[in-house]
Design a binder for this molecule. Structure first.
Ligand code: DAT
Ligand code: MG
Length: 148
């Protein structure tokens, strides 16, 4: 089953949005297989956002993501990578549709509440950066019979 890496960013943690975000993915029908509250070491943040290292906002982005704890998660489900991106909304909350996480809770692009992997390759890479294999719980849920 497909897996993705999702993370409530430091603004979302400070604004008490962990439960709200988790609830949305649970209610959708996706399955949580790993989660932890953590401070991201600067080196890990730079690696995670490596694709943006030449962008003018890179320093600010790394400062922000290391400014407080994040809630790191792995979620599983059919098409979870692209569906989670849709549930997150556009990168800039000013363009994110109401009903999406960024549309409902964000205002500026710098503090947009949530990160989500954007492709199967990035999901695999990011899950590997943040979680050890033994931190992921492989389990079946009876409710999946009513989702699939
Ligand atoms: P996403 O988080 O939707 O995958 P991204 O990978 O393009 O977006 O950028 C990573 C993060 O960097 C994004 O969530 C917020 C920040 N960011 C993106 N574009 C920015 C910009 N023009 N100015 C400041 N921060 C930006
Ligand atoms: Mg991205």
């Amino acid at each position: 089953m497909e897996k993705t890496y999702l993370m409530v960013k430091p603004d979302g943690v400070q604004r008490n949005l962990i439960g709200e975000v988790v609830a949305r993915f649970e209610k959708k029908g996706f399955q949580l297989v790993g989660a932890k509250l953590m401070n991201i070491p600067r080196e890990l943040a730079e690696e995670h956002y490596g694709e943006h290292k030449e962008r003018p906002f890179f320093g600010e982005l790394v400062d922000f993501i290391t400014s407080g704890p994040v809630f790191a998660m792995v979620w599983q489900g059919e098409n979870v990578i692209s569906t989670a991106r849709q549930m997150m909304g556009a990168t800039n909350p000013k363009d994110a549709a109401p009903g999406t996480i960024r549309g409902d809770f964000g205002v500026t692009v710098g503090k947009n509440v949530i990160h989500g992997s954007d492709s199967p390759e990035s999901a695999e890479r990011e899950i590997g950066l943040f979680f050890k294999q033994e931190e992921l719980a492989e389990y079946s849920k009876l409710i999946n019979e009513w989702v699939y």
